[in-house]
Every structure is written in C-alpha cells, then in structure tokens.
Design a protein around this ligand. Sequence first.
Ligand SMILES: Nc1ncnc2c1ncn2[C@@H]1O[C@H](COP(=O)(O)OP(=O)(O)OP(=O)(O)O)[C@@H](O)[C@H]1O
Length: 332
Amino acid sequence: MPGQPGVAVSAPPAISTQNLTKRYGALCALDSLNLELAAGDVFGFIGPNGAGKSTTMKILAGLLEPSSGSAMVMGKAVAGNGDFVRRQVGYMPDFIGVYEDLKVSEYLEFFASAYAIPRKQRKSTVEQVLELTDLKYKRDALVDSLSRGMTQRLSLARVLIHDPPVLLLDEPASGLDPRARIEIRELLKELQRLGKTILISSHILSELGEFCNKLGIIERGKMIVQGTVEELMDRARAHPIISVTIMGDAERAIGVLKSDGRVDRAELAAPVPGSMPAPGTTTLSVVLHDPDQHHGFLAERLVAGGISIDSIHPEKLKLEDVFLRLTKGMVQ
Ligand SMILES: Nc1ncnc2c1ncn2[C@@H]1O[C@H](COP(=O)(O)OP(=O)(O)OP(=O)(O)O)[C@@H](O)[C@H]1O
C-alpha cells in the first residue's frame, strides 16, 4: 500500500508516453510511441531527419499538443500541468534563436529571472552553470559572437539554470567539429553523474552509444527497436555472425556452406571501412541456425569441398552492428 511504513513505494518514471501520436493532416509524425525512462536513465533517441524526435521532445516539454495518447513527466500528465512541467524539464531545441547585443552572462541572467530565481541568487546560479559548461571565460562575450560549439554549451547552460531533473536535448552535437563534440560528450557525462534523466536525440548512433544506458531507433514516427544496451546486445548475440575468410572461388565456398543444414545464411561480408582484404582472399558472413552450435564444422566442410581457409572467427559485436542487424529489413 502506498504510504505504509516499511513498504517500498516505487518512484514513477521520470518520462513516460503511452501511444503518443501526432498527426499533421495526412502525415503521421509520431505513431503510438511508448517510452519509459526511470530517473537517471540516459536514453539515446536515434533517427534520421524527419523521424519524429523533435516532435516527441516538444510534446514532452509542453510546447506541442499530441493528437492522441498521453505523456507524463515526473509522474504528472504534461497536459494541464504546464507550470510543473516547465520546472521539471530543461528543453534544448536544435536552434538557439537570435540574441543581438546580449552578453553570455546577461543571456543567462535573463533566463534565471524568467524562472523566477530570486535576484540575489541569480549571479551565483549563472556562475555555477558557466563553470559547469566551461564558459566562464566567455561571460562577457556577445552571444552572437560565439562559435557553434560554444553556442551549444550556452544552450545547455540555459536549460540547467533552474536545475531541472529532466533534460530533453535535441541534437546537441549536430554541426560540431570533432573537438567540440568531445567537449559536449564530456559535459553530458557530467550531467549524467549529477543524476539527470536525459532524453537525447541524434541521427548518429556512435555519438550516443558510449554513454546512454537505453537506446531506441525511430523511423517515420515509429519506434523500431528500443531497450537497454545489454538487452539489444543480447538480442543480436542470439544470431552470431561468423566471419569466414577463404582463398579462391567465393561463390563455390558459399555453395558448399549453404549445402550444410546447420547453416542458416552464407553471403559475402560487407566491406569493412578502412581495412583492405589480403590479396586473393574473400570474407563471408555466416549465420548458423543454432546459436550454440560451435563453428568448427565449417572448416571441415570447406576443406572437404577443396576450399582453402585463411581464417574463421565469430565477429565481435559493436553497437552499430547490433542496430544494423536488429533493424535489417524494417528500415525502408
Ligand atoms: N508544424 C508542422 N507541420 C507539418 N509537418 C510537420 C510540422 N512539424 C514537423 N512536421 C513533420 O513531422 C515529421 C517529424 O518531424 P520532426 O521534426 O519531429 O523530426 P526529427 O526526427 O526531429 O527530424 P530532424 O532530425 O530533422 O530534427 C517530419 O516529416 C516533419 O516534416
């Protein structure tokens, strides 16, 4: 029973959506999205342009009304609780807008006053977020004079002003050079350490895989796969790929492998960027029907078929491969 002494009451999810849908005329921008983030989760929301990521964030921030379904933040419905949601959520849109003749510190003080932070505390609050985002040395610079990387850090500083537990970050690393990307990533890790719940979008998986504990891919408004990083890895491990490098006739080798009932698939492997195959060799990708079957028999079959083997080994799973495999055939 909630509230009874000695009985643990589980906290509501920090973010949850049920069948969240947004239509623009005939276009379904978001199609029955179900999402759940516990406090402290960092959810990587991956999808190409136009997939529905910004739409989701705007609805969660209370800036857009869904066509149907519901969204909750920190246990309360977004609809009808605007003030509560604005205090719980820091929403960083993909563009900051134009602020002519405004210094970095003035910009942040403006937002501090908008969030009704008492005048006495404003300066120290602004100093704290400048420190956290490593922008102290830019406090007197004009907002319009900042580089893209600094602008993104300032955008993050702005959403941290009222210290919200939930952050919605729309492509914070887009348009940044590699160094600025690393700086943003470090900053996000710091926010994760501070216990923030973060929904962060990107169209690049490798940007998010490293520090998110949950990931989801959205395409044309539909979530195709989602889960914890471990769950997704486990699902992909259920169908391990064995990399077989042979010398000689690849088509014949594929024929030999496919003639064995234990082999589910045998095909030419996709080329690995940046690596050159040894001359005269071809690498094949092989999937077995039974994931627990040892791959040793493949060598026997190839040798019996007169095919020379260079190497046989199970592929190491990278997160990118996992997603490619899990979304194969589903993404058009
Ligand atoms: N106000 C609007 N009127 C009509 N269609 C819209 C509107 N806003 C968004 N859309 C459409 O809804 C779909 C989802 O857009 P959304 O901005 O959520 O995608 P996204 O995944 O954030 O893409 P991006 O990476 O480009 O920001 C797109 O097809 C977009 O064109």
